[in-house]
Design a binder for this molecule. Structure first.
Ligand SMILES: [Zn+2]
Length: 62
């Protein structure tokens, strides 16, 4: 019985680690990706949520 619980906990912690690393990867993405701004169409080396820095200022996107 104990083994089963240990295994379940191990599985859970592995899943949590995977979730954390996935969330971390998403956070990295949120820092900025190169591409065309969805708002002004200008190319930016650092889009966050599809918006370049001037547009993030303009539309208060952070
Ligand atoms: Zn823009």
């Amino acid at each position: 019985m104990t083994d089963e619980i240990d295994r379940a906990q191990e599985y859970e912690s592995r899943m949590t680690e995977a979730a954390i690393s996935h969330a971390r990867a998403n956070a990295e993405m949120a820092k900025g990706v190169p591409g065309e701004c969805e708002f002004c169409g200008e190319w930016s080396g650092r889009l966050v949520n599809g918006a370049c820095a001037p547009c993030r200022d303009k539309y208060k996107l952070g």
